[in-house]
Design a protein around this ligand. Structure first.
Ligand code: DQA
Length: 150
């Protein structure tokens, strides 16, 4: 079981950007946390980050046939990108939306999520732990899916 963990703009600046909102741990800590959890629950992961919408679209498209599911934190593109929504719909891979903060409790412009419509679930406001929860949810979902295909 292989999961693609995709992070959008400015998440490479974790630990530096608004620590009161996103915490003090940096992006490499997040990657280590995800990698350790993947090993613990027995899934393979590839973790990527881009500040560019089109690159994220390319990576989602390329995930088809190579990954079993996607954990997606589209960051600011959550609130603007129909292209990311369309990409997730197009590949049809089970996808879980993750946000470190809870956008619904912040500025009104963060209350819209375009990708949400194509996601299995959204995990918001659980900090970095949210990524781990998303991986577990995808694992459970993929196991259930493979059983129902037997
Ligand atoms: C975020 C929330 C978004 O509103 C924001 O633009 C981000 C990070 C989060 O993880 O809480 O960059 O996706």
């Amino acid at each position: 079981m292989k999961l693609l963990i995709l992070n959008g703009p400015n998440l490479n600046l974790l630990g530096i950007r608004e620590p009161d909102v996103y915490g003090t741990q940096d992006y490499s800590y997040l990657c280590q946390l995800i990698t350790a959890h993947a090993a613990a629950i027995g899934v393979e992961v590839e973790i990527r980050q881009s500040n560019h919408e089109g690159v994220l679209v390319d990576w989602i498209q390329q995930a088809r046939g190579r990954f079993d599911g996607i954990v997606l934190n589209p960051a600011a593109y959550t609130h603007s990108s129909v292209a990311l929504l369309d990409a997730v719909k197009a590949v049809g891979l089970p996808t879980v939306e993750v946000h470190i903060s809870d956008p619904d409790q912040r500025e009104p412009f963060r209350r819209v999520s375009y990708v949400r419509a194509a996601c299995l679930a959204s995990i918001c406001g659980h900090g970095l732990q949210g990524y781990l929860e998303a991986m577990e949810l995808l694992k459970k979902n993929l196991i259930l899916q493979s059983r129902s295909e037997l």
